[in-house]
Design a protein. Sequence first.
Lengths: 490, 334
Amino acid sequence: MFRLMSGAMEGAVEFDPVLLARIQFAFTISFHIIFPAFTIGLSAFIAVLLWLWLRTKNEKFHRLARFWTKIFAVSFAMGVVSGIVLSYQFGTNWSRFAEFSGNVIGPLMGYEVLTAFYLEATFLGIMLFGWNRFPPWLIALSATLVAIGTSMSAFWILAANSWMQTPAGHEIRDGIAYPVDWLRIIFNPSFPYRFAHMLNAAYLTTAVVVLAVGARYLLAGRHPEESRTMLRMAVGMIAVSAPLQLVIGDQHGLNTLEHQPVKVAAMEGHWNGRDPASLVLFGIPDEEARANRFEVAIPHLGSLILTHDWEGTYQGLTDFPEDQWPPVLNVFFAFRIMVGIGLLLIAVGFLGLYLWWRGRLFEPGLFLRFTSFMWPLGFIAILAGWFVTEQGRQPWLVYGHLRTADGISPVPGASVASTLALFVFIYGIVFTTGIYYINRLINRGPQGQATAGAGGLPNRPLSAAEEAAREATGRPVGQGPGKPLRAPEG
Amino acid sequence: MEWYLPVIWAGLIGTAVAMYVILDGFDLGLGILFPFTRKEEDRDLMMNSVAPFWDGNETWLVLGGAGLWVAFPTAYAVIMPAFYLPVIGMLLALVLRGVSFEFRWVAKPSHRTWDIAFAGGSTVAAFLQGVILGGLLQGIPVTERQYAGGAFDWFTPFSIFVGFAVVAGYGLLGATWLIMRTEGPVQVFARRAASKLLFAVLAAMAVVSLWTPLALDRIAERWFSLPNFYFLWPVPLAAAFVAYRVWRALKEGNETLPFVGTIILFLLGYAGLVISNAPYLVPPHLTFWDTAAAPASQIFFLVGTVFLLPLVIGYTVFVYWMFRGKLAPGQGYH
């Protein structure tokens, strides 16, 4: 019966399985990347807060760490569950790609699981649930290990992704890739740039969120001590990492020009490779006309940036056959969104430093009001950046070796369409609820030890009465001293 | 080397899958038992008993998937499209029940939705894992190293039966875990549930043990041909003995033995499935050797695994040890 049904469904509607598989993957991976990006930065931030608390014994660091840990827990859960999906989607939706590249990037994924995921998962348990049982140093150490785990995960996954962009260290026999040199596979030409760019993006994005939350509290007159600390730490981080991101991005761009020139041509809206390129500030690339409409451009500046020479030239889109072009419009605009946000963040960092220097950083004014709404910017930039690099790789799945259309599974389009609808439905619920709950946690704000018990908060410490009762009944309380951790000992 | 490597990898991935089934088994089992308790306190306690572990438990599923891709890319590329709908259904169910761990606490006091998501997600995930197992046992059509069947080939009475069997099995693991980790009303509830589930699991194991050799000649031949039969009859006998011990332990009020016994029961059932199907990774067409990755890839990942897997098991044991002991009602890590 079911076979009949699926046959009937296929007959009734024409689905393009390649397009559907791409939409599904783009949807699930875009949803996913938001959370790892945030948790990479947040785990590092929490670890720093905890060590500061241990060193200075200042309770505000403790309160901040506990507060951000709650938000971390919700974000991390969403990252984990959406990540499990991806590890299977390579097989469900891209089985020919899985077979083509399994020998080469399979082990990189495997190492990600073994070096990163278990580390994160194990010490996350202690970091989230160990407050009443274990000494503070163990919590701080666990947070540090989680932070290391998240970056390690980024290391492996970006190595795998970079290999798909700039494959190296392999050979191809009978249509399947075989490893030749593991070091060249992992440290393939675009990997160092991509890894640095993504890691820095994660820190920058998290700093922007911290800044926005701090600004929100200050404007509302809540948690003044904590929000000042958040503002100072965030502004300092943005002032360093935003300009650094520009430098890394520039280097990454030069690397892309060397290995994927057609992607850069699409990013820049650069059609004609004979003349020095202008820097296109705005325009609407028109693939038919092979030109940008409504173009606003600065002559020669494009050449100066990409070739470091006023008269330099680099290949334009028309220098490549059309079947090698990525979707120019998407890549072009996604690139501008990313760079635009990047420049804005540099300005915010410097302005914040200036205000700090003048002693006006905490004054409720335009700066705080603007930054309090800024929290999504980093995420948008990260998504835009990934759109540039992934769509810019099209029509290739493994650049130069396997076309996207040749990588999909032998699965009927109707199956992909129906699961896509399910993904959109369930992720939609999970995402909106997750954001809503994170917002709720932010509204509750950091809690002191004294007030936390009453709020029914997830990570609330046991009240003294509960604690006493537990000690009186002599139940095992684990390794720790079994009392609420008010301050680090020694 | 060409012969041993795939066998070693089959062993390692088999271990990862067994670890997953046991660890996430009791974890999902709690969700399966959720609808049968009504009190919020009890549900809090049930969820708290796995809160520090669930993420680590599910990581074994990722290792199983990634490991299959690393070591047997062809098997991965055939099995996943063959079970496209149940695999994605299972993953989405895991999404819902996974986020419930955090959402439920933040949502309180209006957390009913996430009770339902946790129970529904856990049950559906368990059921679909069973369906995939059943589908794999009955075999997958393959031509030219690619899946050659339709979208609903897995949908048979047998696979649906195995789906229910796995739900019962995970429920039993969950109930015996609760007997070990809790006391008071939750433990009483778990003990009652465990007795019923034990019989359901035994019945299901018996049915699968008869159904597979009757339906599939290759499995009948494996078990009943001589001299295999002489070596293999202790497996079902041991299962029967362990089941009896678990039943007695439940009656006698023993707290640890039911859980340990259920794990052994699971491992024996697993051993039975391995005996039925080895060396086929994609029955009845592709063996370990047919689907193996390039030796260079298998070696590269093996070198790391030899050092990392003991470390992983080390800190899995560490975190369970750190959070050992009974959980009293109202007491949580949250």
